[in-house]
Design a protein around this ligand. Structure first.
Ligand code: SAH
Length: 236
């Protein structure tokens, strides 16, 4: 079976070069980009050893799927760098029983990682083309605990609230108030906050009417749009 697949792939790419061994590249990515930089939650590492990132990037750049960078996924948007996915996921402190909200489905990769670490994942994407492609990938991988909605994620998903953890995967000018409202008591919200050039990655914790904020890292994401995001600019 393996050799048939390999032969066929060599013919298809026409170069005679052996096809990339994505499983091996994925293991190397986890060791070199995540473990080596301090990601230590074994469940996060395990999820990222399992989810095929190559299935979430466009065909023409698939050989770059496990490189240490964000990659374009169409519509001017990106799939986040693997390290950043790991940092954000680790900061959600998931143990397995949670209901998680993601704002910014993009390719669906982070949602697929979350699906292995939590009970239910609700993810919102404002761009219909990306949302539909993500749904197709998630269904193909059999991830039935991910629910995708097309719309403005800064408003959250009130019908499914409260959420034990919320992750925003686009750069926000501030914390969208509906997301804090929809966070469960003791819940974690992970969100990049800053200007268009650089943001701090915040882990926000809710304690009654109070919140505590910790800066986890520095990052650069595409802008969050919608009611509590940045206004649309020409051509974006
Ligand atoms: N988590 C994604 C990467 C997302 S890039 C992945 O794993 O591939 C950020 C995404 O947020 C983009 O797809 C963008 O269209 C989306 N986005 C921006 N503002 C949004 C909003 N208000 N509501 C929902 N999605 C939004």
């Amino acid at each position: 079976m393996t050799s048939w697949f390999r032969n066929r792939r060599s013919k298809v790419n026409g170069s005679g070069a052996p096809p990339a061994d994505y499983a091996a590249l994925r293991q190397a990515m986890v060791e070199e980009q995540l473990v080596a930089r301090g990601i230590s939650d074994p469940r996060v590492l395990d999820a990222m050893r399992t989810v095929p990132r190559d299935a979430f990037v466009p065909e023409e750049i698939r050989p770059l799927a496990y490189t240490d960078q964000p990659l374009p996924v169409g519509e001017g948007q990106t799939i986040s760098q693997p390290y950043m996915v790991a940092v954000m996921t680790e900061a959600l402190e998931l143990t397995g029983g949670e209901r998680v909200l993601e704002v910014g489905t993009g390719s669906g990769y982070q949602a697929a990682v979350l699906a292995r670490l939590a009970r239910e994942v609700f993810t919102i994407e404002q761009r219909e083309v990306l949302a539909r492609a993500a749904i197709e990938r998630l269904v193909r991988l059999g991830l039935s605990n991910v629910h995708v909605r097309i719309g403005d994620g800064t408003l959250g998903w009130p019908e499914q609230a409260p959420f034990d953890a919320i992750v925003v995967t686009a750069a926000a000018p501030r914390i969208p108030p509906p997301l804090l409202e929809q966070l469960a008591e003791g819940g974690r919200l992970v969100i990049p906050v800053g200007d268009e050039h650089q943001q701090e990655l915040w882990q926000v914790r809710k304690h009654g009417t109070q919140i505590s904020t910790r800066v986890v890292n520095y990052c650069r994401f595409v802008p969050l749009r919608g009611q509590y995001g940045w206004p649309e600019t020409e051509g974006q």
